[in-house]
Design a binder for this molecule. Structure first.
Ligand SMILES: Cc1cc2nc3c(=O)[nH]c(=O)nc-3n(C[C@H](O)[C@H](O)[C@H](O)COP(=O)(O)OP(=O)(O)OC[C@H]3O[C@@H](n4cnc5c(N)ncnc54)[C@H](O)[C@@H]3O)c2cc1C
Length: 283
């Protein structure tokens, strides 16, 4: 289907984009368009105005901040994958992005767009949550920074308001930690049925800290906090982590659909958390 008629603006600054959003009752931001365009074509949404943020240069950089990396919301996946800072310091995010869709979609789609779209089956929410990233949000009243734990509010809903922009994602480097992203799909290029992003710190073969993000185990990306706590002090071996990983689905509310019911997803979460933690810990 062809989208309903809309006006189109392509501002070159964040301030101009915010002014455009504030000046319309029914405006929508477009980044890579990989999620928004299908929505428009199916006429699930018919905004009066599309504000294209693809001409705003300040949203397109990747900057080394020392202990963290600041990624502009308009950086497409393929550039994130090619960036040496990300390859070296943000291996968990890098690995998760290699699993997003296919090269064509990774060429247009952006990390910022994926996070604001907030599909609970998206690959990027879990590493962002596990790594305690910060989301920088601009509005007409100024800029605010939201921790990942508060960013995802509900199904397809984040703390970015209708007249606000996500401008940057700040991701700590976690030097000395091991990480792994484990995604379960039936066919190549599929959205995750369940996926797990794990970051683990071990000392002398014992796990001292674990941070685990879950994909598709509820209406938002989630942390597997019960498993994280149970893993502390356990030997980084298959037998050592087995019992702790049984808590992987505690407190989750996974969906049931054609790819699997909720019980199947709970089972997958336990298996995938165990695999991800062991690989991250090098066990
Ligand atoms: C066939 C197909 C397969 C896919 N498979 C996967 C997959 O396996 N895994 C996966 O994770 N994803 C998958 N995706 C989704 C892909 O990752 C999208 O690119 C991503 O979800 C959206 O990024 P985008 O830049 O295209 O955003 P857009 O589509 O442009 O925008 C998405 C939403 O975010 C809003 N928005 C975008 N940027 C901003 C901003 N900076 N500030 C405020 N609001 C903003 C828009 O208004 C819109 O509501 C798939 C998509 C397709 C079409």
């Amino acid at each position: 289907m062809i989208p309903a008629k809309f006006d189109y603006l392509a501002p070159t600054s964040v301030q101009d984009a915010l002014a455009a959003l504030a000046g319309s009752d029914d405006a929508k931001v477009i980044a890579g368009g990989q999620s928004l365009l299908p929505v428009l074509r199916m006429r699930l949404n018919a905004p009066d105005l599309i504000v294209d943020i693809g001409e705003i240069d300040t949203l397109k950089s990747i900057v080394d901040e020392g202990d963290s990396v600041l990624i502009g919301a308009m950086v497409p996946y393929y550039r994130i994958l090619a960036d040496p800072l990300v390859q070296g310091g943000l291996k968990l995010l890098h690995q998760a992005i290699t699993e997003v869709a296919d090269p064509q979609i990774r060429h247009r789609g952006t990390l910022g767009g994926a996070l604001v779209h907030a599909d609970p089956a998206g690959d990027c929410g879990a590493p962002i949550l596990a790594l305690d990233a910060e989301l920088v949000i601009a509005g007409q009243g100024g800029e605010r920074t939201v921790p990942a734990a508060e960013f995802f509010q509900d199904l397809f809903e984040t703390s970015v308001g209708e007249d606000e922009l996500l401008t940057h994602i700040r991701i700590p480097k976690y030097d000395g930690w091991g990480t792994h992203y484990e995604k379960f799909v039936r066919v190549a290029h599929q959205w995750p049925i369940v996926a797990v992003a794990a970051a683990v710190r071990s000392e002398g073969g014992t796990i001292s800290e674990a941070r685990i993000g879950l994909v598709n185990m509820g209406s938002t990306p989630l942390r597997a906090t019960a498993a994280e706590q149970a893993l502390v002090g356990q030997p980084a071996t298959a037998d050592g982590v087995r019992e702790a990983c049984e808590h992987a689905a505690d407190g989750t509310n996974p969906p049931s659909d054609l790819n699997g019911d909720a019980d199947y997803r709970r089972h997958l979460a336990k298996v995938l958390v165990r695999r991800a933690v062991l690989t991250a810990a090098g066990g």
